[in-house]
Design a protein around this ligand. Structure first.
Ligand SMILES: Cc1cc2nc3c(=O)[nH]c(=O)nc-3n(C[C@H](O)[C@H](O)[C@H](O)COP(=O)(O)OP(=O)(O)OC[C@H]3O[C@@H](n4cnc5c(N)ncnc54)[C@H](O)[C@@H]3O)c2cc1C
Length: 169
């Protein structure tokens, strides 16, 4: 079932009942929750759990430009300690002039910093200086970053493992 929002689950000896927003509930034998980092079902069982912030912030953008190397190349340059950028194309010939949409992501450790917000507009001065000297004969990295349509920043987050899969309330 697509386009249905799960709100929670009940289970008893007869099986499970999945509560769906503005729709009848669904009965089943078991429920596998794979509803992402903000899982509604996980929140039901672990209401006080906090996101695990890795201490790494990312700045992401999309730039329209001519294909890099093969036009299918996936590039990963540097490390998170020295500065790191991952670059790959996501759409071909977006303008009839052969330009691609090129996705790029930079990462930086933020020791001691609190977790930043999601989908916050990124400020170039916060990360571009790391990449200023990254000029190769096949790619000018600072130019790639400067030419982006928009830049957003996101914290690198995860969830700590839960002790075990659940059964019973
Ligand atoms: C901007 C961005 C860039 C990323 N880039 C990369 C990358 O380059 N490489 C990489 O390996 N990882 C990347 N990631 C991480 C990667 O996307 C996630 O690790 C991965 O998608 C997690 O998979 P998942 O199946 O756990 O959750 P998701 O992919 O988030 O899937 C969860 C699904 O559950 C649905 N859902 C949520 N709540 C409910 C609900 N209440 N009821 C019903 N359905 C619900 C959602 O609509 C979604 O379809 C990126 C993440 C972001 C945000």
């Amino acid at each position: 079932m697509l386009d249905h929002r799960c709100e929670g689950v009940e289970q008893n000896d007869a099986g499970t009942v999945l509560r769906i927003a503005q729709r009848p509930s669904v009965r089943g034998d078991l429920v596998v929750a794979c509803d992402g980092v903000n899982s509604a079902i996980r929140r039901q069982f672990y209401p006080d759990e906090k996101l695990a912030f890795t201490g790494i912030n990312t700045w992401r953008g999309v730039t329209r430009r001519k294909p890099i190397l093969t036009g299918r190349s996936y590039l990963r340059i540097g490390t998170v300690d020295t500065g790191k950028i991952v670059i790959y194309p996501i759409a071909d010939d977006v303008d009839g002039a052969g330009n691609q949409l090129i996705n790029w992501t930079t990462e930086k450790r933020m020791p001691g910093e609190p977790m930043n917000d999601w989908n916050k507009a990124g400020r170039m001065e916060d990360f571009l200086p790391v990449y200023e000297g990254w000029r190769f004969d096949w790619l000018d990295v600072p130019e790639l970053i400067r030419s982006a349509d928009t830049i957003f920043e996101y914290p690198m987050v995860d969830r700590d493992p839960v002790p075990a899969g659940r059964s019973g309330g």
